[in-house]
Design a binder for this molecule. Structure first.
Ligand SMILES: [Zn+2]
Length: 107
């Protein structure tokens, strides 16, 4: 085994599964571009990308945080789209809050 270079950014050393570096692996969407390289890997809840309904609310969790990963996992279980257009893109991103303010309150 030689020191592999990330398949996505071709820059950093691979230290996450799928031949990805840490930052690419935890960047939303990137991991999905690279199928698992392990025949033992769990295949998740199935591939339903493209026709899944949006989650009703965006998340304030920043990409790459354990909170965001938990949100993605919950959405996957609910067969919802993993990424919401108003999801926070960095810690403290006001986007999710603006989205929630702009829509009618849910009782
Ligand atoms: Zn990378």
């Amino acid at each position: 085994m030689s020191a592999a270079i990330c398949r996505h950014c071709s820059h950093s050393k691979v230290n996450r599964p799928r031949g990805l570096c840490w930052s690419c692996y935890y960047t939303p969407g990137v991991k999905d571009l690279y199928p698992s390289t392990s025949k033992y890997a769990r295949r998740g809840v199935g591939n339903f990308t493209g026709n899944a309904p949006l989650a009703p609310v965006p998340t304030t969790a920043a990409p790459g945080t354990p909170e965001k990963l938990a949100v993605l996992e919950a959405r996957a279980k609910l067969k919802q789209a993993l990424f919401h257009p108003a999801d926070a893109r960095y810690a403290g991103d006001p986007r999710p809050h603006e989205f929630l303010k702009a829509r009618p309150a849910v009782a």
